[in-house]
Design a protein around this ligand. Structure first.
Ligand code: CTP
Ligand code: MG
Length: 222
């Protein structure tokens, strides 16, 4: 679980993972929900290097096996650091943004189920609701993209361990998600339905939306 980002777009005094939603850190929300998926046995958190002690304390109460390691300068590096300490014998690895703090355990489990069913790489996706246009350097529209072919991609992304390890070792360059690295290797990536609750808390408005989701769901969103 990459959680080492600063949260520049969200703003605020502390790194994003430690920002609170209804009295609990975004990171604890994410870890608790991921841990509630029946097939999750271990969560490795890549935390801001200067906050390892705080993060370990914060997660001490969570009912799950949790390892906390120092993250890196990019999301990709943070994932690589976490992947490096996954113990031998674990064959399915999910990569999940701490910033998708309200992701339901059911979505986590459905990604695992799809990997178990034989897909080497699995991503949760939603249809795109906006019209998307390609725009040139002088702000003139170049084309309207056929929306029916587009999907917005979420996490957790699930992998057979060897596929993810190979992707990180060989893909090179900068990627905004892990499946992109698998695609670069020419390997297949399979889509499953995502969840609106798995929104990435990125800008201040997302924190407001997340608050509203928690309020609306009451006991349903844990
Ligand atoms: N992340 C990470 N290590 C980094 C950068 C990002 O582990 N060096 C993590 C974030 O903590 C987050 C996830 O990757 O859980 C998705 O990144 P994003 O939403 O972009 O978070 P930030 O990078 O913190 O936000 P910003 O880009 O606005 O600074
Ligand atoms: Mg970022």
């Amino acid at each position: 679980m990459p959680a080492a980002g600063a949260g520049v777009r969200l703003g605020g005094e502390v790194p994003k993972a430690l920002r609170e939603l209804r009295g609990e850190s975004l990171l604890a929300h994410a870890v608790k929900r991921a841990a509630a998926a029946p097939s999750v046995g271990l969560i490795v958190v890549a935390a801001p290097p200067q906050l390892l002690r705080e993060v370990r304390e914060l997660l001490a109460g969570v009912d799950a096996e949790v390892l906390v390691v120092a993250g890196g300068a990019s999301r990709q590096e943070s994932v690589a650091q976490a992947l490096a300490v996954v113990p031998d014998g674990i064959e399915i690895v999910l990569v999940h943004d701490a910033a998708r703090s309200l992701t339901p355990p059911e979505l986590v489990e459905s990604v695992i189920t799809a990997v178990r069913a034989g897909h080497g790489a699995v991503i949760p996706v939603l249809p795109v609701v906006d019209t998307i246009k390609r725009v040139g350097p002088s702000d003139d529209v170049v084309a309207t993209v056929d929306r029916s072919e587009l999907r917005a991609v979420q996490t957790p992304q699930g992998f057979r361990r060897e596929v993810l390890v190979k992707a990180h070792a060989e893909a090179g360059g900068e990627h905004t998600d892990d499946a992109g690295m698998v695609e670069r290797l020419g390997l297949p990536v399979h889509c499953v339905p995502g969840s609106e609750s798995a929104l990435k808390i990125t800008r201040p408005v997302d924190l407001i939306i997340a608050e509203a989701l928690l309020a609306a769901a009451g006991e349903e969103i844990r």
